[in-house]
Design a protein around this ligand. Structure first.
Ligand code: NAP
Length: 250
């Protein structure tokens, strides 16, 4: 497969490494200063585009993918407010796009496990919950897409009886119907997430920590392989069930 990269920062370079190791070729790299005609040319030469630029660039990258009819995997985070509008735009145009705030396959397993454990324990009296995320100083958005995905899934699992709060209130106590998301920016940490459950007699935490960026890149490349030939706006869950289910059970 020929893959076009949008953004050639930390993640763009990791995708190049992982995609090449899986036998794919890089059709071209779209950077911040790449002129529009070259963007179109690279997109046309690509079987799929993988976007690890920044949130502000996502709408234009979606427009490029739709214009050139190139499947687009979106890894850039921080554009959740536009997500539904973009999903509709892709579907209406008969395009092909897939977004995940976290392409790590292990993180997806962590999210599922953490939410179901929390939902079980929070049904008992006296239990409280909080989320914490730690990322490197270069990260431009907060809380992380993964922390927000965890919070959203937890809120849904609890029928919105508790909602996420970030940042913590500065001048009053956190209401019982809210749970807090803590954010730490530190050095070069790739990404750590922790769900903490505090009960009357016990403390439980479920944690995930990335060892490098390559796990995110690997998931994004697998998603691109899956996306080619499909139309619609997809979430990573659909790819995962294909990746994690043995072929004979599908
Ligand atoms: N979904 C996931 O699994 C996952 C995992 C890790 C990170 N992320 C997200 O992926 C994004 C990139 O992360 P990163 O750590 O790689 O950041 P980064 O090192 O800052 O790289 C971003 C790159 O995008 C470039 N860029 C900015 N605007 C652009 C545009 N309009 N067209 C093309 N390129 C553009 C930047 O160029 P300049 O250098 O000129 O600014 C930079 O090289 C962030 O949103 C991050 O939160 C997602």
């Amino acid at each position: 497969m020929r893959i076009g990269l949008i953004g050639y920062g930390r993640m763009g370079q990791a995708v190049e490494r992982v995609a090449t190791a899986r036998g794919h070729a890089i059709a071209g790299v779209i950077r911040r200063d790449t002129p529009p005609d070259q963007r179109v040319q690279i997109a046309r030469q690509s079987d799929a585009l993988i976007d690890f630029s920044l949130a502000d660039a996502v709408p234009a990258n979606v427009a490029l993918a739709l214009q050139t009819r190139t499947p687009l995997v979106i890894g850039a985070t921080g554009w959740d407010a536009q997500r539904e509008a973009i999903a509709q735009q892709v579907r209406a145009a008969g395009g092909s796009a897939l977004y995940a705030p976290n392409f790590s396959i292990a993180v997806q397993a962590f999210l599922q496990h953490a939410v179901s454990l929390a939902a079980q324990l929070l049904a008992l009296e006296g239990w409280d919950v909080a989320i914490e995320e730690i990322h490197h100083r270069g990260k431009a958005d907060a809380p992380s897409g993964t922390a927000r995905a965890l919070a959203t899934r937890l809120q849904d699992a609890l029928n919105h009886t508790r909602t996420a709060q970030y940042p913590a209130p500065a001048d009053h106590r956190l209401p019982d119907a809210q749970f807090s998301i803590g954010v730490v920016r530190l050095g070069s940490e790739f990404g750590a997430h922790r769900l903490m459950l505090d009960g009357p007699y016990d403390w439980i935490e479920v944690a995930h920590r990335a060892k490098s960026r390559d796990g995110f890149a690997y998931g994004a490349v697998r998603a691109a392989e899956w996306l080619v030939g499909r139309t619609g706006f997809f979430a990573f869950a659909e790819v995962l069930s294909d990746i994690l289910t043995p072929k004979e059970e599908r």
